[in-house]
Design a binder for this molecule. Structure first.
Ligand SMILES: CC(C)(COP(=O)(O)OP(=O)(O)OC[C@H]1O[C@@H](n2cnc3c(N)ncnc32)[C@H](O)[C@@H]1OP(=O)(O)O)[C@@H](O)C(=O)NCCC(=O)NCCS
Length: 131
């Protein structure tokens, strides 16, 4: 059953909007989950990059659940907030909402994930985050 349209989360920051194209589909013609996961990784990096201000790497993602398909031409909005700043890592909570291109303002939540990024030095080793 299709859930009622959700409102976009106003307490989070909009860090990415993107419209998937036919090249991003799976065999059913719906958007490939791996493509959405890659966008979440990119979107999730925006707030940590603001704090880390240097090289960083994705160390962990918890967890992707896809309950609604995404269709070609939908507008996907990625909202993020920082949930933890550790010694060397930053975790963000990324929520993804789909909106019809021709009927905007009705948001359907597509997925949500906690993504952790580690600040790394020139050798690729974790480095302390200085603020
Ligand atoms: C990221 C990397 C440099 C971290 O080095 P590491 O020695 O494994 O990490 P550490 O155990 O010292 O932990 C570093 C930080 O990551 C966090 N971390 C490690 N594993 C984690 C996990 N499974 N979940 C959440 N956080 C995790 C630690 O808590 C620590 O954060 P803190 O200092 O803020 O507490 C290293 O694992 C790496 O190079 N990984 C590959 C990264 C990559 O290529 N990503 C793209 C994948 S295609």
């Amino acid at each position: 059953m299709t859930p009622p349209p959700a409102a976009a989360p106003t307490e989070k920051e909009l860090v990415l909007k993107v419209i998937p194209m036919p090249a991003d589909t799976n065999g059913n013609g719906d958007i490939f989950g791996g493509w959405v996961m890659a966008q979440v990784d990119l979107a999730g990096s925006v707030l940590p990059a603001r704090i880390i201000r240097g090289r960083m790497a994705t160390v962990a993602v918890k967890e992707f659940v896809f309950k609604q398909p995404v269709r070609v031409g939908d507008i996907l909005s990625f909202y993020s907030s920082v949930t933890r700043i550790g010694r060397t890592s930053i975790t963000v909570d990324v929520e993804v909402y789909a909106e019809s291109f021709g009927n905007q303002g009705r948001f359907v939540k597509v997925t949500e994930a906690l993504v952790t990024y580690v600040a790394i030095d020139d050798e690729g080793k974790p480095r302390e985050i200085t603020r």
